[in-house]
Design a protein around this ligand. Structure first.
Ligand SMILES: O=c1ccn([C@@H]2O[C@H](COP(=O)(O)O)[C@@H](O)[C@H]2O)c(=O)[nH]1
Length: 225
């Protein structure tokens, strides 16, 4: 049987609630993604609690600083044995090289290219010309040349990136079972489309965590894959 590519984003500040949700859906997802909200509230202790459930842990910390600082942060994460850690590709090539060199042997380091909450207008406001597609392709090339394992991008770009970087590891958030942009997510596709286009990991948060029945929501997504 194929492994389940869905990582559930446990974006909540309460450790009890996150652990209870993780226990409930554990049979219908392939791993847990712990991001800034969870990590800032519970740090290493919280990560250990979720790791006890036995599924891979993705630390979505989106590190972005000078190379020496990011390398130091990576060293400090060794003890948690994460399967995946994120850095921002816009931190530059040297930062990504040092992040990868400092990561644990079994940790994949992937670079966030352009957040799925941003579109072309948002890019222009931050002084970046061109389309999300062009920006993702440019940063994917930089991440590959820096020796990273892969990138984070939206499902709208993953097919094109996969063609250019065939053995890359591609993390895709911004997934909605209905395929429609909602709330803060602007570049959205369905989990099935992202998987068919070459995503290695499907990140799903609120469509499961905010569902009336999170287990049913996770099962429904699993059934589409
Ligand atoms: O470009 C990015 C990078 C990371 N994320 C993270 O993924 C989840 C998505 O949660 P939903 O509730 O399914 O929208 C969240 O933890 C983000 O921090 C992203 O959305 N886009």
């Amino acid at each position: 049987m194929n492994h389940n590519p869905v990582f559930l984003a446990l974006d909540m500040p309460q450790l009890d609630a996150a652990t209870a949700l993780a226990k409930k859906v554990k049979g219908h997802v392939g791993g847990f993604k712990l991001g800034l909200e969870f990590f800032c509230a519970h740090g290493h202790h919280g990560v250990h609690e979720i790791a006890h459930l036995g599924l891979p842990i993705f630390l979505d910390l989106k590190l972005h600083d000078i190379p020496n600082t990011v390398a130091g942060a990576m060293h400090s994460l060794h003890v948690l044995e994460p399967s995946i850690v994120t850095v921002h590709a816009s931190g530059g090539r040297a930062m990504m090289e040092d992040a990868k060199a400092a990561a644990g042997e079994n940790t994949k380091v992937v670079a966030v290219t352009l957040l799925t909450s941003l579109d072309e207008r948002d890019m222009a406001r931050t002084g970046i010309d061109g389309s999300p597609h062009d920006q993702v392709m440019r940063l994917a090339e930089l991440a590959e040349s820096a020796g990273l394992d892969g990138i984070v991008c939206s499902g709208a770009e993953v097919g094109a990136v996969h063609k250019q970087w065939s053995d890359g590891y591609f993390v895709v958030p911004g997934l909605r079972p209905g395929g429609k942009a909602s709330g803060d997510q602007k570049r959205v596709v369905t989990p099935r489309q992202a998987r068919d286009d070459g995503a290695s990991v499907l990140v799903v948060g609120r469509p499961i965590s905010k569902a009336g029945d999170p287990v049913a929501a996770a099962r429904e997504i699993e059934a589409t894959l």
